[in-house]
Ligand binder design. Structure first.
Ligand SMILES: Nc1nc2c(ncn2[C@@H]2O[C@H](COP(=O)(O)OP(=O)(O)O)[C@@H](O)[C@H]2O)c(=O)[nH]1
Ligand SMILES: [Mg+2]
Length: 493
């Protein structure tokens, strides 16, 4: 008991007090893996590293976290990860996470789904979840080794990139956001019927009419339908993020507003109430999210499904580039910026990863990584990152194809071959000739080209391989070990 009190006061002085201490204590008492009083004491003093994994939905967050954790526990495929190569990892095991109010990342179910006898992709996640992976590592230096192995807790948080885009709302008024959003809706009205439907409802007359809950809900529903349709068409820059992924807020009043075409709405009007709810959304949803999750992140992984965006065409790729710039702006608010308290100053490494590299033959991987690098570089150049280190790479969290060279019309073509659907049907894919220089496609995209003139990109829906686990090995992957090296190795010295 004496021990526990000592820990409590230590934790309080460190965190400045607050309710965080109590859940942490609860976790320690539940901690069955290393249940001694000493281990309890260490749970507080051992260093933790908070790793955020984000990306728009279907970018590959769930598959990435599941495979990374599995490959950290069974490290047969982690040759490029220094601490493993040096034989210094003594153990890696899951422990209760520190945040009791956040859902646990359902690692076991996801892994079983992805690697079993009837392997399939895990169900999409729609909210925040968290997992703690603890490592016992032999220190590098002989001197440090005298004190025995060290523990490092990796607290991995999975959260929707859609919610990061909401940061942009904080610096906008309702009128500004409405104007920008309506411009986007109009731009998409020739391709999306949902955009036309919404524009039909959101007239000035409606905006100025007396607030009426039924009408407000109808507007919000129509606007949400438009956001979903735009997302399905491949667009990324869509706000409010919770309209697309509401988490547990589905149907709440804070989500019952829409952009409307009026500058200064009349008292009691629909638009005036919408403006009020927009402010409530920022205050009660966006700000707490950033404070609770974002501000604490040490290392950030941003996943991008770049190939799908390329396949979607220049407009979709340009929209992704701008969305990435928006997401990146989150990392470059300095200590004196307007949101410094929300964003924290901790993130010192950011990994950008183009996922699903197994859709491409390895001969194309460096071109693919260059493209991602160029895509985020433009955003990066606009500001410095307070010294945060960044890296861009092409990865596959669960490699689902094999490579093959085939002769087609007298020429050798590097292909990938994978399973499609639930049966054993195989399909070969050549995803397209990647540009030798990224500007060959980024420049026309920025200039507003309607189609690629010299390029064509294709994807398909490869299923994960059946029974992919072997004793001592995690799921097959491409460069997850290099990702771990960048994210973790310097903290395991
Ligand atoms: N071939 C392949 N497909 C992947 C890989 N990672 C993700 N996917 C595909 O992308 C989809 C979305 O992945 P998921 O992790 O659920 O995305 P999330 O919404 O960001 O969590 C999956 O259902 C797979 O179809 C990968 O490494 N290889
Ligand atoms: Mg997910």
């Amino acid at each position: 008991m004496h021990h526990a009190l000592g820990i409590l006061s230590w934790a309080q002085s460190k965190d400045g007090g607050g309710p965080d201490v109590i859940p942490a204590l609860g976790n320690m008492l539940r901690d069955s893996v290393e249940g001694s009083a000493d281990a309890l004491a260490r749970a507080f003093s051992d260093p933790g590293l908070r790793i955020g994994v984000t990306g728009l939905s279907r970018a590959g967050k769930t598959v990435f976290i599941t495979s990374l954790v599995a490959n950290m526990i069974q490290r047969g495929r982690m040759a490029a990860f220094g601490p493993e190569r040096e034989g210094r990892i003594e153990a890696a095991y899951l422990q209760p996470q520190p945040d009791d109010t956040v859902a646990r990342f359902d690692y076991e179910s996801h892994l079983a789904a992805m690697t079993g006898a009837e392997a399939h992709w895990p169900m999409g996640t729609r909210s925040v979840s968290q997992l703690r992976l603890s490592l016992r590592v032999t220190p590098k230096s002989r001197l440090a080794r005298l004190t025995g192995p060290r523990r490092l807790h990796l607290d991995i948080t999975d959260y929707p990139g859609e919610w990061l885009l909401d940061l942009g709302l904080l610096s906008q008024s309702y009128a500004q956001w409405s104007k920008a959003s309506l411009k986007q809706v109009i731009a998409k009205s020739d391709i999306l019927p949902e955009a036309r439907d919404f524009l039909g409802l959101a007239t000035e007359a409606v905006a100025e009419a007396r607030h009426d809950e039924i009408q407000a809900a109808a507007l919000a529903r129509s606007f949400t339908a438009y956001l979903h349709a735009a997302r399905a068409a491949g667009f990324s820059q869509l706000t409010p993020g919770r309209f697309i992924l509401p988490g547990d807020l589905h149907g709440s009043p804070a989500l019952t507003f829409a952009p409307l075409p009026v500058e200064s709405p009349k008292r009691g009007s629909i638009a005036r109430e919408a403006a009020r709810r927009f402010e409530a959304y920022k205050l009660q949803i966006v700000r707490p999210f950033f404070r609770a999750h974002f501000a604490k992140i040490d290392r950030q992984v941003v996943l991008v499904d770049l190939l799908s965006a390329m396949q979607g065409g220049p407009e979709i790729l340009e929209d992704l580039r701008q969305a990435m710039a928006g997401i990146l702006s989150v990392f470059r608010h300095g200590a004196n910026g307007p949101f410094s308290a929300l964003l924290g100053q901790k993130t010192d490494r950011i990994l950008f990863a183009a996922t699903k590299a197994d859709y491409l033959h390895q001969s194309q991987h460096s071109a693919y990584a260059n493209l991602l690098e160029a895509l985020v570089q433009e955003a990066k150049q606009r500001a410095d990152y307070r010294g945060a280190k960044t890296r861009a790479m092409a990865i596959a969290s669960l490699r689902s194809t094999v490579e093959e060279r085939r002769e087609i019309d007298g020429a050798d073509v590097d292909l990938v071959v994978g399973r499609v659907g639930l049966d054993t049907q195989m399909r070969a894919l050549f995803a397209g000739e990647l540009p030798a220089h990224p500007d060959q496609i980024l420049a026309p995209a920025r200039a507003g080209a309607r189609d690629w003139s010299d390029h064509e990109f294709a994807t398909t829906d490869f299923a994960p391989p059946h029974n992919s686990l072997r004793a001592g090995f995690g799921p097959p992957h491409i460069r997850l070990d290099a990702a771990a090296e960048f994210l973790l190795a310097d903290r395991m010295g």
